[in-house]
Write a protein that binds this ligand. Structure first.
Ligand SMILES: Nc1ncnc2c1ncn2[C@@H]1O[C@H](COP(=O)(O)OP(=O)(O)OP(=O)(O)O)[C@@H](O)[C@H]1O
Ligand SMILES: [Mg+2]
Length: 462
């Protein structure tokens, strides 16, 4: 096989052909020739030259018509055409370039210039071929499906992965609309539904990019099957949901247990201690005057009993603040008053609501969130003042705990050692709400809780 580049010279003047042959052959090119347009087209299709030198003015089919036909035919479209003509006018030259010519030279030709231009166009063509080859390989062996489509969204080319992914042979796809595979075309995005040949659907990430090519403006869609990721996402979401439900259930069991324990301790132990206290007083009244030593002992015992009664009260209050039974507003008022007393900080509670009819689950959750926020403020904030505000807007209940302390960076909080903020968020999420923590170091902290009210209702003070 001859590895020399083959150049087709088309000219109605045999002298010109001879001249060009005399220049090109010694320079290492193979030359074939045609003296009219029809023959040139035949040779171009059968011999498929690497370059064509085309005369413009020829009897019968002129150079314009030959060039136009060459560019219309798939097998010859890519062959570079250099016009070699006696017509030195701009109009003809622009028309040639508009038809897709690679270059335009006027006669009389200069030998070195012809050689230099031929060499340059062959180099450009070889570069184009190698780039096209690379593009074809990249496309063919890409791990994602690639669909090239024209301006009317007709499929022009697909790669091997697209055949596998959609279950079609590529011949069956050429010319068909992209929508046949991607019903939401031209949408781009994540987890869009795609259709296989057998009618089944699968989710895919789709990217589209415009391409300027010799065939006009095309679109390249890259389709990535994300079925597995989708399944994993769903499983993870379900797992999270279950975990959240489990946490909520645990919390609610714990609250129930605390409530039960608080009642038991209060009713059983509390009553016994109160009865003992009364009996001691009776004992003191009846016999205390008879024996001063007994009187002193009874006094001691009364003191111990008072401490025990206070201890029981504290345990009961820690397990289940009694004010919670009266509703969220009294419970928060009480919590703030006690917090101010224990922490030494100024703690104010503010609400414009007169009453709030809130179910037990929400009441306890919001109360515990505020309680944790106050504990954090006392432990870390170095604040002098904390304000708790309760309000309603639309169908949601909002509570804000704001301190004037040193603040912190919420994004830097350890996820494995600190559970207060996490617990607050989980409690709110379990009720369909959320917690926002806003703080920049040095500027205090605002914990804002929002919980939907659902079937509950409120009355606002005028
Ligand atoms: N009001 C606040 N002011 C300053 N820092 C805060 C405040 N609230 C929280 N922090 C910071 O955020 C961290 C996380 O708080 P979180 O309540 O989640 O955990 P914790 O209090 O450290 O431990 P746990 O609550 O699990 O006993 C705290 O360690 C503290 O550094
Ligand atoms: Mg905490």
């Amino acid at each position: 096989m001859d590895s020399k580049p083959l150049i087709l010279v088309v000219d109605d003047g045999p002298q010109n052909i001879k001249l060009l042959r005399a220049i090109l052959e010694p320079a290492g090119y193979a030359v074939c020739a045609a003296t009219d347009g029809e023959t040139a087209l035949q040779v171009a299709q059968t011999a498929v030259p690497t370059l064509i030198l085309l005369d413009l003015m020829m009897p019968g089919m002129d150079g314009f018509a030959v060039c136009q036909r060459l560019k219309e035919m798939e097998s010859t479209r890519q062959i570079p055409v250099i016009f070699v003509t006696g017509r030195d006018d701009v109009e003809a030259e622009s028309r040639c370039f508009a038809l897709g010519a690679a270059d335009y030279m006027t006669k009389p030709i200069s030998l070195p210039v012809v050689l230099a231009r031929v060499k340059m166009h062959l180099a450009l063509d070889s570069q184009r071929r190698s780039l096209e080859g690379m593009f074809r390989d990249v496309m063919e062996f890409a791990p994602d499906a690639i669909i090239l489509s024209d301006a009317q969204d007709g499929i022009m080319r697909v790669n091997r992965r697209a055949e596998q992914m959609f279950g079609y042979r590529r011949e069956a796809l050429i010319g068909r609309p992209v929508r046949m595979l991607v019903p939401h075309h031209p949408a781009v995005g994540s987890s869009l539904p795609c259709l296989r040949h057998d009618g089944s659907e699968f989710p895919a990430d789709i990217n589209r990019s415009p391409l300027q090519t010799p065939y006009g403006a095309l679109t390249m869609a890259v389709v990535r099957d994300v079925t597995e990721r989708h399944k994993a996402d769903l499983a993870l979401a379900e797992y999270r949901q279950q975990l959240r439900a489990l946490v909520a259930q645990n919390e609610s069991n714990r609250e129930e247990e605390h409530k039960h324990l608080a009642r038991e301790v209060h009713d059983e132990l509390g009553q016994i201690l109160t009865a003992l206290r009364m009996d001691l007083s009776l004992l003191d009244m009846r016999f205390g005057t008879l024996d001063p030593a007994l009187n002193a002992k009874v006094l001691d015992m009364k003191g111990l009993l008072d401490r025990a009664i206070q201890g029981v009260r504290n345990v009961v209050a820690n397990l289940r603040p009694t004010a919670l039974d009266m509703g969220l507003i009294p419970a928060l008022e009480n919590l703030c008053a006690e917090f101010a007393q224990h922490s030494g900080m100024d703690c104010v509670f503010h609400t414009r609501l007169d009453t709030l009819d809130l179910d037990e689950t929400r009441t306890v959750a919001v109360f515990r969130i505020v309680q944790e926020s106050l504990t954090n403020a006392m432990r870390y904030a170095k604040a002098t003042r904390v304000a708790v505000t309760l309000g309603c807007s639309g169908d949601a209940l909002g509570v804000e705990v704001r301190d004037n302390g040193q603040g912190f960076d919420p994004s830097a909080v350890s996820r494995t050692r600190s559970f207060g903020l996490l617990g607050m968020r989980e409690r709110a999420l379990a009720l369909g709400g959320h917690v926002d923590i806003v703080s920049t170091p040095g500027e205090g902290v605002v914990v804002a809780v929002t919980v939907p009210l659902d079937a509950t209702h409120t009355e606002e003070a005028p």
